[in-house]
Design a protein around this ligand. Structure first.
Ligand code: ZN
Length: 504
């Protein structure tokens, strides 16, 4: 046993060093997105490659392999150590099965592919991007095979989905996404027949961005965001990154003509931040000290952004204060009009501009196309046509050009196939958790009106945040709700909310 204790201690020390290196790389990446001068990118790319190489060596080396061998049937380990070994092994095997040459080939292809995508999107010319997309798909397929996914029509795609949502395959997702698609399309059709909420006060006047920022900081503080452990900065695309146990960074962007865009990004990223900041200190600087999956992460950001942040109860608490920041722009506007305007349903061609009802349809469309691409039943050259037909079928809109359609997202150019479903899963998990939370805390609406979030944080912290990666998504869901993944709670929420809002 003494040997095993020693082996485990050594493995922890390698793991901690790897996490520190990865987070040092994350600091450089955060800096690149928030303040790096344009000409600094070349050296930065080399610095990042070097540090990421060191982090990789900490994970994959003969010593690690030997230590894992020694701990094969360790026995007598605490539950936390068992979880650590399981997660560490998973990371190790994934990294080990990709040769350094293959990893370099992927990095090179990704660089070229992203540059081609930027060019193609600028000129709305899919043909420029198509050969790179073919290459990225071929590499992703190979990667999945190296990891051992083979033998069924969905194998390569399941292997990619598993990166972001361990344990959930394409068939599982299709089983909940298809009924979701039907019900959301039906709801959208009913809403389209009604007059849209007006809300000219949100689209006409200019909202000073400095005042927007001041309000967002006050709101974030009010929500319980700990500024001694985190920061809010500006970047072109909002994101959250963890740089240390007591250092989580979130970013947003503001536009004077769109006062709610920056605000909801702040609440969304804040939700990611709460999750990362709530992880059990006992997991500090280890591979367990992260959110358990992209879908669970999105459940937290979307819960705060949409379910809480776009609720009437929430704005009962904050609207008077928001009006004090923008008295002219909101002169004569009541809470009801404000609430209606922020929940206006208006199908858009662009995913990131989508409302709560149509958002998941954008995701299901991408999921279906990805699945067919990896099954080999859809060719890259036929992708724009398939995209446009699905857009018309699900949302009743047809893109006039590829930039507004197939070329709008960066994900595929980076080879991040299988990532999109996380967003829709986040909506579903979020409402499964929320139903349970409200059962345990029946006073929630009143608490939101009082701007009192303590009980919500406590519940989320105890049930979700603290576990980090110790519980895989399905186990976490089962432990909290006693159920498997289901679209019903989300549909109940969305149908109730919008039936009332649009008097359907
Ligand atoms: Zn997010």
């Amino acid at each position: 046993m003494a040997d095993k204790t020693k082996a485990l201690a050594k493995l922890h020390s390698l793991d901690t060093e790897r996490m520190h290196l990865e987070r040092a790389a994350a600091v450089l990446r955060w800096d690149q997105e928030t303040c790096l001068p344009a000409k600094g990118v070349e050296d930065r790319a080399e610095q990042l490659a070097l540090i990421e190489g060191f982090a990789h060596e900490k994970l994959v080396n003969p010593e690690t392999e030997g230590l894992l061998g020694e701990l094969e049937d360790a026995g007598d380990l605490s539950a936390q150590e068992e979880d650590f070994l399981r997660v560490f092994r998973r990371d190790f095997r994934r990294a080990q099965r990709l040769s350094p040459e293959f990893v370099r080939e992927c990095a090179r292809a990704e660089g070229l592919s992203q540059a081609a995508w930027v060019e193609a999107r600028k000129n709305s010319d899919f043909a420029v991007f198509a050969p790179h997309l073919e290459k990225m798909i071929a590499l992703a397929r190979k990667k999945s095979e190296y990891w051992g996914w083979a033998g069924t029509a969905d194998s390569p795609y399941d292997g990619l989905l598993d990166i972001y949502e361990p344990g959930l395959g394409a068939a599982d997702m299709a089983g909940v996404f298809y009924p979701l698609r039907e019900r959301l399309s039906a709801l959208l059709e009913k809403i389209s027949a009604k007059a849209p909420a007006l809300g000219a006060f949100l689209t006409g006047p200019q909202y000073d961005v400095q005042r927007q920022d001041a309000f967002c900081r006050e709101l974030l503080g009010g929500l319980g965001f700990d500024f001694t452990r985190s920061r809010l900065d500006l970047s072109a695309h909002p994101f959250t990154t963890t740089l240390g146990f007591n250092d989580v960074r979130i970013t947003t962007r503001y536009a004077a003509a769109e006062p709610l865009s920056g605000l909801f990004s702040v609440i969304h990223e804040g939700g990611h931040g709460f999750y990362e900041l709530g992880i059990d200190p006992a997991l500090r600087s280890s591979c367990l000290a992260e959110g358990t999956s992209m879908g669970i992460h999105e459940s937290q950001s979307r819960l705060w952004e949409n379910v809480i942040g776009r609720s009437r109860a929430f704005w009962e608490g904050w609207f008077p204060r928001f009006k004090e920041y923008f008295p002219q722009q909101l002169s004569g506007v009541g809470l009801d009009s404000f609430y209606r305007a922020m929940n206006r349903v208006s199908p858009s061609l662009i995913r990131v501009e989508a409302d709560e009802v149509s958002y998941s349809l954008h995701i299901i469309l991408r999921f279906e196309l990805e699945r067919r691409l990896f099954q080999g039943t859809l060719a890259v050259q036929d992708l724009p046509g398939a995209w446009n037909r699905a857009m018309e079928e699900y949302l009743g809109l047809r893109p006039a050009c590829d930039a507004q359609g197939i070329l709008q997202d960066v994900h595929w150019s980076m080879g991040a196939f299988g990532y999109f479903p996380s967003y829709a899963l986040g909506n579903l998990y979020g409402l499964q958790f929320w139903e349970k939370l409200r059962e345990c805390l029946p006073d929630t609406d009143a608490a939101l009106g009082r701007r009192d979030y303590a009980a919500i944080h406590r519940w989320l912290g105890e049930n979700i945040y603290r576990w980090g990666r110790r519980l895989e998504p399905s186990r976490l869901l089962l432990k909290i709700t006693g159920k498997e993944l289901s679209a019903e709670p989300f549909l109940r929420y969305i149908e109730r909310k919008y039936t009332e809002l649009y008097e359907l």
